[in-house]
Design a protein around this ligand. Sequence first.
Ligand code: HEM
Length: 164
Amino acid sequence: MAVAGTLDVLARFLHIMGILVWIGHNYANVIQTPRFKPAQPSDPGAMLSAMQREHGTFRYASLVVLITGIYMLWYRGTLTDALMLSGNSAVIGIGVWTGLIMVANLWFVLWPNQKKVLGFVPASDLERIRCSRITFLSSRTNSILSIATLFFMITGSHGVFLYY
Ligand code: HEM
């Protein structure tokens, strides 16, 4: 019990650390690139390798968020209720679903396209420019979803009374 309880606290800590890295990166990107800038044909190698490292870091942070979130729900015995949007777990459940969409968007929409933009997968300049438009829209989709996810995560744990 003490071990599982400690793991729950640790999971919560890592969940929030992961969010800082992942969503912090997303918000920094909104500030740095407020408007769409197509990938440049001649991105310098040093800049590309910094971007590759940065991308790996926040992509794996999203998995830390996912795994710790699922662990906490499992430990508390509310995983099924949250996923089924049932009872008091319905509120956090909405946040879990929007969070899952964010993780899927990052790994299955943004990442395959970003691989070409960053040069992990060879692509023509025209293809890289097309992919950079998709990654821009995918990233902004997660910026918007993060606001809803944060709201339901926070009210799910501290503000369920708001819904009665
Ligand atoms: C991907 C699936 C996710 C799952 C399964 C999940 C699950 C959870 C769980 C179980 C908690 C603990 C709630 C409690 O203490 O009762 C939590 C807290 C939290 N989550 Fe998530 N989460 C996910 C994604 C996200 C994302 C993407 C964000 C940010 C955009 C986020 C932001 C938060 C925050 C800020 C808290 C702390 C809430 C508070 O204590 O007020 N979560 N999450």
